[in-house]
Structure formats: C-alpha cells, structure tokens
Design a protein around this ligand. Structure first.
Ligand code: URA
Length: 277
C-alpha cells in the first residue's frame, strides 16, 4: 500500500494542482466527517457543496425521455446572455455592472474580484492582456503584479502612463492557479471585451502576448510571427476600424530578456503612429 503523504508533500500536491491560495477567512477542518465539514463550511459563510449526482448501479431504471446534453445548452445560454448584456452597456461603468451580474463564466466562482480594467476609458490606446493573476485578483485591477510593473515601464518609455491608456484582459476573472483561460472562458468573455473596445473607441489596439493576439487579431500563428505587424480591427459598432498590433507579453519579457529589443522596436512604432510627423 502507498505510504501516506507528509504535510509538505500534500502541500506540494495542492500547489501542482493549482491551489495556491486559501479561499474563505475561516479555516475548515478537512479531517472531519463530510457532513461535519459541510456544517463547518456553512458556519464559515460558504454555501455547502451540492450533493453529488447519484450514478450508482442501485438507481431505478428511468422512464424519463433522454435529455439533451446539458453543457452545450448552458454554454449557448451563457454566450447569448453575454452578448445581450454587453450590447446593452453604454458606458464602461455600465459594462462593469453587467459583468458583476453575469454568472456565465465559471472563473467567477473561484476569483476574489472582478478585474475589468484600469486607466482612461477615453484613451487613444487600449491594451489587452491574457488573464488576471493573483495580485490582480486581490486588487481588482489588471497588470498590478511584476509584469504590470514592467508594462508601466514599457509605456513610460514611449511617454505613456495609465492616464493615457486603458488596460484590460481577454477574461475578467483570474483562472485558478494561474492556468491559461480555456477557449470557452475566452469566448464567453469576448462579447464584453469587444464592447469594451467599442466603448473606449481607441485609435490603437495592442494585444499583449500570444493568447490575446490570437483571439483579437483572429490569427492562428504565434506571437513571434504576429508582433510588429498591423491589422484592422473592426466590429459593427466601431465607427471605423482600429489599428491593431501585438507585442510580447511583459511576463514573457521578464523571462526572455533577449526579446526586449524587438519589444522596444514595437513600442517605437506605436509611438510613431500616435505622433505622426
Ligand atoms: N498578465 C495578464 O495577462 N494580465 C494581467 O492583468 C496580469 C498579468
């Protein structure tokens, strides 16, 4: 029989599984019997986990007609609701309220805060990253951790700060354990991202990193091939196409300093577009 795990091994196992934060203020003793855990969780203000579905052999044969699979219908519904809510928002603040009331993205369940955006909603430049991380989740603001500090320096190098740009992400809640957002999570947030771009109505859209570049520029090649190129980004409600490009993600630049030269050239091109001779 396998040896029981030590506390350290158990913690490492949790970390590898993506659990890097405790959720909830009150501790829960997981050594208690399951019913006792549920009681403890309720006392701590957490709702009890739903009863597991019974798939046992002891189930009586059902005469109910087969139901269509639940997942696609729920996903369709979430997408439809996202489109309707996003379309109805007439300001960035209304979009925030719409997102606060939207439960169609599973990421919301594990996140602490909604991370909609930061900066000037009337900016000439909008930057879209991939997903909030731990610090962003804590503060409810995008790019406030280590990569955010580099992003601020990158913007500063071309004379911009957060009063002159608007910053957001392809999803508005932190994926647990900083995993990549799934295609579905990105798809269900995309109507809100598009509406955000329409409401800011910038002159320049910058995708930060490969994941944002792929969904926003609708290109199926990596960031190494997309950066430095310019595209026309349009939606039916934008008054004119927005000039769109992609740059290396600041988190990537923190790990791969060799690419900073290319990032610098891309930033200079953005500056040149903003200040033509
Ligand atoms: N990385 C991102 O893509 N977005 C953030 O907000 C923070 C880090």
């Amino acid at each position: 029989m396998a040896e029981p795990l030590s506390s350290r091994e158990l913690l490492e196992w949790y970390l590898e599984a993506g659990v890097d934060e405790t959720i909830g203020d009150a501790p829960v003793n997981r050594y208690l019997d399951p019913p006792a855990i549920r009681t403890a969780a309720s006392a701590a203000g957490n709702s009890p986990p739903p009863a597991p579905p019974s798939h046992g052999m002891e189930d009586a044969p059902s005469t109910a007609p087969a139901r269509p699979p639940a997942k696609p219908a729920a996903a369709d519904q979430a997408l439809q609701s996202a489109c309707a809510l996003a379309a109805a928002a007439m300001t960035v603040e209304e979009l925030r309220r719409a997102l606060e009331g939207f439960d169609g993205c599973g990421l919301k369940k594990t996140a602490t805060n909604l991370v909609l955006g930061d900066g000037n909603p009337e900016a000439r430049v909008i930057l879209i990253g991939e997903a909030p991380g731990a610090e962003e989740d804590r503060q409810g603001l995008p790019f406030v951790g280590a990569s955010g500090r580099l992003l601020d320096r990158m913007l500063g190098s071309i004379g911009l700060d957060r009063t002159q740009v608007y910053i957001s992400n392809t999803v508005f809640w932190r994926p647990p354990g900083n995993r990549n957002p799934t295609t579905m999570e990105m798809a269900v947030c995309m109507p809100f991202v598009e509406r955000l771009i329409e409401l800011v109505d910038p002159e320049i859209l910058v995708a930060l990193g490969g994941a944002a570049a792929k969904v926003l520029l609708a290109q199926n090649v990596g960031i190494g091939k997309l950066r430095g190129r310019w595209f026309a980004y349009s939606t039916p409600r934008l008054p004119r196409p927005v000039e769109a490009t992609a740059v290396f993600h600041p988190a990537y630049l923190l790990r791969s300093a060799a690419h900073k030269g290319e990032a610098w050239r891309d930033l200079l091109e953005i500056k040149r577009k903003l200040n033509p001779l």
